[in-house]
Ligand binder design. Structure first.
Ligand SMILES: O=C(O)[C@@H]1CCC=N1
Length: 273
C-alpha cells in the first residue's frame, strides 16, 4: 500500500513518524509533498520518504492520500487533485471543519475525514474517522488498518465528530493546560517546591494514572475510590473540582463549538466562490 501525505505541519510530521515507527510504511512506499520542498528534504533525512514535487505527483502515485494542510487549504488542494481524472487515490482530509460533502462535491473518488491526534506519534491516542458512502469496503478496511497503527481508531458520524474532536485531538493540549494550572497552584501554595518539580510530579503521575486505568480496565470512579479514603484528604479536593469544573468544561464545549461553526462558515464561503 502506497501512502501519501500533503503538508508537513505537526500532523503531517506525526503521521510520517507514526507510520515509519509502526512499519505501516517504508521509505519507498511513503510519498510526501510540502509547499517548501527544503523542509520536506530536511525532515526526510531523519524519517526517510520520497519527496514529491507537486500535489499531483503525490496523488497519482499513492493508494491513500492524507491531506494535512490548514482547513482553508484543503479544498484548493482537492481541486488540484481532481483536475486529473485518472487519479483514484482515497483522499483522507485531516482538517476540522471540512465535511465529507465538501470533499465529495470536488472529487469523484473515495473521500474520508480523519481527526488525528499528536499523541499518535507514540502510537497511542484516538483517531476519529468517517468515510463517505463513495468509499468501498476494501478502501475502508485499508484505512482502518492504517489507523490501527496510530492507536485506537474510532468511527464517528459528522454529528458527533466536533465534540469527539475536543475529547481526542484537542485533549492533549487541554490536558497540558490543566496540568500547568495544577503545577502553578502547587508552587503558589508551597514556594519551596519549584515549578519544575511540580510539573515533573504531574507528568509521571499522569503516565502512571493512564497506565493503571488501562492495565486494570478501571473506571474513573473505581480509581477515585482507590485513592480517596472516605472523609479523607483527596475527597476534599474532589469536592472543590466538582464545584468548579462542570461550568468550566461546559464553557470549553460552548466556545469550541462556536469556533467550529466559524470555520464551517468560512469553508461554506469557499464553496460559494
Ligand atoms: O485546534 C485546532 O484547531 C485543531 C483541531 C483539533 C486539534 N487541533
Amino acid at each position: 500500500m502506497k501512502i501519501g501525505i500533503i503538508g508537513l505541519g505537526s500532523i503531517g510530521q506525526m503521521l510520517v513518524k507514526a507510520f515509519t515507527r509502526s512499519k505501516a510504511a517504508s521509505a519507498d512506499s511513503l510519498y510526501v509533498y510540502n509547499r517548501t520542498r527544503e523542509k520536506a528534504e530536511a525532515f526526510a533525512k531523519d524519517w526517510p520518504f520520497i519527496v514529491c514535487d507537486s500535489v499531483h505527483e503525490c496523488a497519482e502515485k499513492v493508494d491513500v492520500l492524507f491531506l494535512c494542510t490548514k482547513p482553508l487549504d484543503i479544498l484548493p488542494v482537492v481541486d488540484e487533485i481532481a483536475k486529473d481524472q485518472t487519479v483514484q487515490a482515497h483522499l483522507v482530509s485531516a482538517a476540522a471543519g471540512v465535511s465529507l460533502g465538501d470533499l465529495a462535491s470536488r472529487y469523484a473518488g473515495p473521500v474520508s475525514k480523519l481527526i488525528p491526534t499528536v499523541t499518535s506519534q507514540e502510537l497511542h491516542g484516538v483517531s476519529l474517522y468517517c468515510c463517505h458512502r463513495s468509499v468501498s469496503a476494501p478502501d475502508r478496511e485499508a484505512l482502518i488498518s492504517l489507523l490501527d497503527h496510530l492507536g485506537k481508531p474510532e468511527e464517528v458520524n459528522e454529528s458527533t465528530i466536533e465534540t469527539a474532536t475536543i475529547l481526542t485531538s484537542s485533549a492533549p493540549g487541554l490536558i497540558a493546560g490543566i496540568l500547568e494550572q495544577f503545577a502553578q497552584a502547587g508552587t503558589r501554595h508551597t514556594p519551596e517546591l519549584s515549578i519544575e518539580q511540580t510539573r515533573r510530579y504531574l507528568v509521571e503521575t499522569l503516565l502512571g494514572t493512564a497506565t493503571l486505568l488501562q492495565a486494570e480496565n478501571l473506571g474513573f470512579d473505581q480509581l477515585i475510590e482507590r485513592v480517596a479514603t472516605k472523609g479523607g484528604i483527596t475527597q476534599e479536593g474532589l469536592e472543590v473540582l466538582g464545584k468548579f469544573l462542570p461550568t468550566a468544561f461546559d464553557e470549553v464545549f460552548a466556545m469550541t463549538t462556536q469556533k467550529h461553526q466559524l470555520l464551517k462558515d468560512m469553508i461554506a464561503q469557499q464553496q460559494k466562490a
